[in-house]
Design a binder for this molecule. Structure first.
Ligand SMILES: [Zn+2]
Length: 229
C-alpha cells in the first residue's frame, strides 16, 4: 500500500489540534454536565422558554440518540436534542441548547454564512470522496489536469470548513446572549457555558486546519512533480 510519510508532516499539527480539541470538548462536557444550573432547568425547559419569545414557533423539538449529537436542522426546522441535554438540568445542557437555538435564529434571520453553508453541502458531500480519488489517479498516472481537478474539488471542502467557522462562532455568541436575556444562567454558569461552547468551536478550527493541510499537501505533490519532469 502506497503511503507517503510527508503526509504526516503536513497533517501532524492539524491532527494534534483535532485530538486536543476532542479532549477539551469531552472534558468540558463531562465537567459541566455534572454542574446543575441554579434554576434546575433541563435543556428541554430552556428550549421551551426561549423558542416562543424569539419568534421560533415553527421550530419543533425532537429526541436524538447518542451523546453530543445535538443539532438544528434548517431544512426541517427541527431542534434535535440528545437525551443528556434534553433531560439534565446542567450548565452543559443550557449551553448546548442555547447554541442550537442560535442556529435556528440564524436560519430565521437568513444569516448569510449559514445559507452559503447549506447551499454547498450537497456538492461537498460528493466532492469529499470524489476529489481524493481523482487526485490519486491523476497523480499516479501523471495526468496532471485530472489531479488538479481533484485539488479544486477538494478546495470546496476547505471553503465549507471555512464558512462553518462564522456559523459556529456566531451561534455560540447568540446562545450566550439568549442565556443572559432569559436569565437562565448567572455569571459562573455563563462562564461554564462559554467553556463548553469554546471547546466545541475549537473542533471546527481543527477541521479547517486538517482540510487546509491536506490541500497544501496535494498542491505540494503536484508542483513538486512538475518541477522534476
Ligand atoms: Zn453549531
Amino acid at each position: 500500500m502506497y503511503f507517503d510519510p510527508r503526509y504526516l508532516i503536513f497533517l501532524g499539527p492539524a491532527l494534534l489540534l483535532a485530538f486536543y480539541a476532542q479532549m477539551k470538548v469531552k472534558s468540558a462536557y463531562a465537567k459541566y454536565t455534572q454542574v446543575a444550573n441554579q434554576r434546575r432547568l433541563t435543556g428541554l425547559d430552556a428550549a421551551r422558554i426561549i423558542l416562543g419569545p424569539e419568534g421560533l414557533n415553527d421550530v419543533s423539538i425532537e429526541g436524538l440518540p447518542g451523546q453530543l449529537t445535538d443539532h438544528y436542522d434548517p431544512r426541517t426546522k427541527k431542534l434535535r436534542l440528545s437525551a443528556g441535554v434534553a433531560n439534565q438540568p446542567s450548565v452543559a445542557s443550557l449551553a448546548i441548547v442555547a447554541h442550537e437555538i442560535g442556529h435556528a435564529l440564524q436560519d430565521s434571520h437568513n444569516y448569510a454564512p449559514l445559507k452559503l453553508r447549506g447551499a454547498i453541502v450537497p456538492a461537498v458531500q460528493v466532492s469529499g470522496w470524489v476529489a481524493p480519488i481523482l487526485f490519486l489517479i491523476g497523480y499516479l498516472l501523471g495526468a496532471t489536469s485530472l489531479a488538479w481537478l481533484g485539488v479544486i474539488l477538494f478546495a470546496l471542502g476547505a471553503v465549507f470548513a471555512l464558512v462553518t467557522l462564522p456559523v459556529e462562532f456566531n451561534a455560540s455568541h447568540r446562545g450566550l446572549r439568549l442565556l443572559q436575556t432569559y436569565q437562565l444562567a448567572d455569571g459562573a454558569e455563563l462562564r461554564g457555558a462559554k467553556a463548553v461552547l469554546d471547546a466545541a468551536a475549537l473542533t471546527y478550527v481543527a477541521a479547517l486546519a486538517q482540510t487546509l493541510a491536506t490541500l497544501l499537501y496535494y498542491v505540494t505533490l503536484l508542483t513538486g512533480s512538475r518541477r522534476r519532469s
